[in-house]
Ligand binder design. Structure first.
Ligand SMILES: [Zn+2]
Length: 233
């Protein structure tokens, strides 16, 4: 007979066998009345919990084994105990699920963010050819054919107009033709390639809204700026 209505470890089986034997002895000897007063609730709880502090020779065990009241109280305490353990297990499982869900969500979110950031900050390489654009002061620059830049980080290479001096240039994207409303700018020295002077700068156009802008080139000594129409899309 399993007194406590659940699977037992070997130690518990020994304990239960002990109580069962005591119970049988009581029945065999015709002593069905429990000896002594009911032990305290604390002691019964200790029995229910298989407290190691309780010695098997404790006389109160003798009483409990013969006393239906104490036995049923022990069984109730046992069930209460295992119910609490089961609830604790549910809580642990629930907490683990939440932690896992948060971790997985966080990981996906982070990965997605990183991909978006990567996509936005990976420079787009563009070349603007101003070789045939007029540079004479006061001369209206010829309309450039479809100079378009994306609203991204742009690695821009400008092929400067014919006869442009070498040196350092400030390349800027502005809203107005007079240089007002600078969206982005970069400073770099010219590089001579095949008789052409080119300047490469990184321009962060991520915050620019689509529309009409101007691309300007300013030589460090000359200080005269040249503006060319530009579209950001
Ligand atoms: Zn009792």
């Amino acid at each position: 007979m399993n007194w406590f209505g659940r699977r037992s470890s070997r130690g518990e089986e020994k304990f239960e066998a002990w109580i069962k034997r005591l119970h049988e002895q009581h029945v065999a000897s015709g002593q069905t009345e429990p000896v002594g007063p009911h032990p305290s609730e604390e002691f019964l709880r200790g029995l229910a919990n298989r407290s190691r502090a309780i010695s098997l020779s404790d006389g109160r065990i003798d009483h409990a084994a013969a006393c239906p009241n104490c036995m049923s109280r022990i069984v109730a305490l046992r069930n209460e105990n295992s119910e609490r353990k089961r609830k604790l297990a549910y809580v642990l499982v629930a907490v683990t699920c939440v932690v896992l869900a948060v971790a997985i969500f966080g990981w996906f979110h982070l990965r997605q963010n990183r991909q978006q950031t990567m996509a936005l900050s990976t420079p787009v390489t563009k070349t603007v050819d101003l070789w045939n654009a007029g540079t004479n002061r006061g001369e209206q620059p010829r309309q450039l054919k479809s100079v378009e830049l994306p609203a991204a980080v742009v690695r821009l290479t400008v092929i400067l107009p014919r006869f442009s001096p070498s040196g350092q240039y400030l390349i800027a994207v502005t809203r107005k033709e007079d240089g007002a409303g600078i969206v982005a700018e970069g400073l770099a020295s010219t590089v001579s390639t095949g008789g052409q002077e080119t300047v490469s700068v990184a321009l962060d156009l991520r915050k620019a809204t689509a529309g009409a802008y101007f691309l300007s080139t300013t030589h460090e000594q000359d200080q005269a700026a040249y503006y060319y129409p530009l579209q950001i899309r």
